[in-house]
Design a protein around this ligand. Structure first.
Ligand SMILES: NC(=O)c1ccc[n+]([C@@H]2O[C@H](COP(=O)([O-])OP(=O)(O)OC[C@H]3O[C@@H](n4cnc5c(N)ncnc54)[C@H](OP(=O)(O)O)[C@@H]3O)[C@@H](O)[C@H]2O)c1
Length: 279
């Protein structure tokens, strides 16, 4: 809505990347087969904050009955990203990784998946309060950037686990400092920019002498580039994780569409989870 997400805003068109709904009409053989089905979908033609939305049939996922509407409404963007980012850790052949904004919805999905894949996760948050939650969700260690002992605890965790991937949704100075404290060959994967701060890269020599890299991740690029069989496997995997209760979507509130604009920000600020909009 603020125009900062790599896509132009279109005046008069609803916002909203994804949702859940029942297909009421379709053009073409694939779409016609979906009519009547409950699907998770991306709002690829019109935004999803609407009573009716248009999507590409190929981006509609027919749902298992065991997947709740709340999980289905957030089944694509964060869950697929969680799988793709954990894949990055595995591709880097690192047994552990650091993850910031770890209390986010996506962070918690990554923690649960990583634990099931046998990877050790060092979770970073900006303020204390959810450490036990995150350990329950799958974190091996939890670091709090505002704590007095942050630098010391971070050094100890890096020494113990030797993480070579940094999954970053924040992009602040604490993130850059962690990156420069990490071992040879570390990949800093930037997939979100929640901080307004621009970090200073203080140790450029590490790119030359320690084989360190900074790279980006965007699901919108990953999806079309992944082989079709991998995409199908990932979609099956995320549905199974929700259906079996291994993953769930934290929901702070459900709002009717006509009052969403006025009420959504205070609800999001509670930190209790996503806000669902029900048209
Ligand atoms: N690249 C991609 O393809 C892709 C795909 C999906 C998601 N994402 C990105 O992933 C991130 C998480 O998404 P989400 O839906 O899981 O979000 P969310 O649940 O709304 O996440 C909110 C969390 O972020 C933390 N946070 C907010 N601003 C912060 C800051 N300046 N410094 C540190 N922590 C901060 C909050 O911490 P407090 O609890 O302390 O407030 C809260 O835990 C977003 O940046 C999103 O854009 C990227």
């Amino acid at each position: 809505m603020q125009g900062g997400y790599g896509q132009p805003r279109v005046q008069g068109q609803a916002a909203g990347f994804e949702g859940v709904g029942r297909v009421v009409a379709g053009n073409g053989a694939l779409a016609e087969k979906l009519v009547g089905q409950r699907v998770a979908f991306l709002g690829t033609v019109t935004g999803t904050w609407a009573r009716h939305a248009l999507s590409d049939a190929a981006l509609c996922i027919p749902l298992h009955d065991a997947v709740s509407d709340a999980d289905a409404a957030a089944l694509i963007v964060n869950p697929l990203t969680a799988v793709a980012l954990v894949d990055r850790v595995k591709t880097a052949k690192s047994q552990s990784f650091i993850l910031n904004a770890a209390g986010s919805q996506l962070g918690r999905l990554i923690l649960g998946l990583a634990r099931d894949e046998g990877l050790a996760a060092i979770a970073v948050i900006r303020r204390s309060g959810v450490e036990d939650d995150l350990r329950d969700a799958g974190a091996d260690a939890v670091l709090v950037t505002s704590a007095d002992d942050f630098t010391k605890s971070a050094r100890a965790a890096i020494k113990a686990h030797k993480p070579r991937v940094l999954l970053d949704a924040v992009g602040d100075q604490a993130t850059a400092d962690l990156f420069f404290a990490m071992p040879n060959g570390t990949r800093w994967v930037s997939y979100g920019k929640m901080s307004d701060e621009a970090p200073t890269l203080s140790q450029m020599g590490q790119f030359i002498f320690m084989d360190k890299h900074i790279e980006g991740f965007w699901l919108s690029r990953w999806l079309p580039s992944a082989p079709p069989e991998r995409r199908t496997a990932v979609v099956t995997q995320v549905q199974e994780r929700f259906a079996s209760g291994k993953w769930s979507t934290r929901v702070a509130a459900e709002l009717p569409l006509d009052s969403a604009i006025d009420r959504i920000l205070p609800m999001l600020a509670t930190g209790r989870g996503k806000v669902m909009i029900r048209p």
